[in-house]
Design a protein around this ligand. Structure first.
Ligand code: GBH
Length: 492
């Protein structure tokens, strides 16, 4: 009977929308889902064939800066096990896989006059096998593994890097662009420059904060714009892909609603996300006024003849503006920011001194294996809205979001993290943020930079004591899979 059918249908709908545990929310059909990795963190095969040495090979082999004294020589062995990786991607049901290209694997000397056929073949096979599995490749051209020879020339502090980088990008477009339609020029410029040139946290560990970090950022911005324009002018007309980059940031929430604290929080946003975001995404372009003013004023107080932050010419400002087809975002956590009560004395020249704010976290926020990573889902929602308001409602793609464990397969904390952050994502979308894709970091446990293998972000566990590097799904893998399958998530 028709009436009974209607009742049955309504009951079915009611139980599928409202489970006993709570309300279920649906993701719009416009959003796609993926997972990410990066070459040095997963590939291993560090000296196979003619691969050249990069700065992470050098850093891990010659310093004791890695917490467990490990390295990426073998890592997840994905160079030999990409088929297993693809099985996992299929099991998860992702739409796309974000991976990066190891520069010295395809250009052993860093320069584009000599190509490694084996290196090119490796990525060709990976890309072809992904496409065959119906998984879209998203390619990061540079995820931190600079050729050591280019580092010897000053790395990103050398203005010539804009050309060398663009040569490398050109090789990638030529070799893979017939099949790769999603490109990222850089992963996290802020981390590259702040942690690699300003601190000792990451290779090349220059430790020249307030100087080298700004030089790095300056030529990196130019490198990005040059590669973008190359793609836009030469490759887009025939290859029809999209290109941007992905910027990391904590969300910086004002500690109070006082004008001073709000100013401090906005300044922190402008120093972190805005350092690279403002020149590309703001309507006026260039570094933000607040960044220019702060560094300029500090520099002159400190007796420098010019600002430690280099300047762009007006041609360069125009050349940089709009050089992303979308806003790529890597986000993990949030902190509070307040204006220091006493003016901090400019004792030591540094990026943080230029910024001049105090950051702290709420001790009640749940933590993780990483001391900096607190679980604050509402910060993600606020951040997405900050981007919407500051940069004229761009299309946003979340390229990383994730949570570290120590060595755990029953990873309830990670499930809670994803549940909170994916709910916050939906909240932001309901606020009007145009988010079109979301990426979990990471597909599997991998080499976590200076934390070695002590912090694990994987949906899949990797046994690093096993020569086979056996992968096992964690509980969170099944959780993410079910979200992708049903396109729903339980309201938190
Ligand atoms: C990403 O970096 C990387 O792209 C990826 O390769 C890496 O494996 C993953 O995240 C996990 O770490 O609270 O001020 O001390 C994340 C970079 C690390 C940048 C934490 C900010 C701490 C800021 N972020 N860092 S603070």
């Amino acid at each position: 009977m028709a009436f009974a059918n209607v009742v049955a249908l309504l009951c079915f709908l009611a139980t599928s929308i409202f489970t006993v545990e709570g309300e279920v929310r649906r993701f719009p059909d416009t959003i796609s889902f993926g997972v990410a990795t990066a070459s040095y963190q997963v590939e291993g095969a560090w000296n196979v064939s003619d691969k050249g040495e990069n700065i992470w090979d050098r850093f891990t082999h010659t310093t004791d800066s890695i917490r467990d004294r490990s390295n990426g020589d073998v890592a997840c062995d994905s160079y030999n096990q990409h088929r297993r990786d693809i099985e996992m991607l299929k099991e998860l049901g992702v739409d796309y896989y974000r991976f990066s290209i190891s520069w010295t694997r395809i250009l052993p000397d860093g320069f584009s006059n000599r190509l490694s056929q084996d290196g090119i073949a490796y990525y060709n096979t990976l890309i072809n096998d992904l496409l065959e599995a119906n998984i879209t490749p998203y390619v990061t051209i540079y995820h931190w593994d600079l050729p050591q020879r280019l580092q010897d020339l000053g790395g990103w502090a050398n203005p010539m890097m804009a050309d060398y980088y663009t040569d490398f990008a050109k090789v990638a477009f030529e070799a893979f662009g017939d099949r790769v339609k999603h490109w990222l020029t850089f992963n996290e410029p802020w981390v590259i420059c702040y942690q690699g040139y300003g601190m000792i946290e990451k290779a090349p560990a220059l430790d020249m904060s307030g100087i080298a970090d700004y030089l790095c950022g300056h030529s990196l911005l130019k490198a990005h714009a040059k590669a973008y324009h190359l793609y836009d002018d030469v490759y887009r007309p025939t290859q029809n892909g999209r290109i941007g980059w992905t910027l990391n940031t904590n969300y910086h929430e004002a500690a109070s609603q006082s004008p001073a604290d709000r100013e401090a929080a906005e300044r922190a946003m402008q120093f972190e996300l805005g350092w690279f975001g403002h020149p590309v995404f703001s309507s006026e372009g260039d570094y933000s006024q607040i960044l220019k003013d702060r560094v300029n004023q500090k520099s002159s107080e400190q007796g420098y003849p010019r600002s430690r932050l280099p300047e762009f010419t007006s041609e360069e400002v125009a050349y940089l503006k709009g050089t992303c087809d979308f806003f790529g975002l890597n986000h993990y956590s949030t902190n509070f920011v307040r204006m220091p009560t006493m003016a901090l004395k400019s004792s030591k020249v540094s990026f943080d001194d230029d910024l001049g704010v105090e950051k702290f976290v709420d001790p009640a926020w749940p933590g993780s294996e990483a001391d900096w990573l607190k679980v604050v889902p509402w910060g993600f929602r606020n951040l997405l809205n900050w981007i919407r308001n500051s940069y004229n409602s761009p299309e946003i793609i979340v390229f990383e979001n994730g949570f570290p464990d120590r060595d755990d397969k029953d990873d309830v904390d990670r499930i809670n993290y994803y549940n909170g952050y994916m709910n916050a994502l939906l909240d932001a979308m309901e606020d009007g943020c145009n988010v079109t894709a979301y990426t979990a970091w990471s597909l599997m446990d991998n080499f976590e930079w200076s934390d070695g293998y002590t912090q694990r972000y994987g949906l899949y566990h990797v046994d690093f004591n096993d020569p086979m590097r056996t992968r096992t799904p964690k509980a969170s893998a099944m959780y993410y899979k079910s979200i992708l399958e049903t396109r729903t998530i339980e309201r938190d």
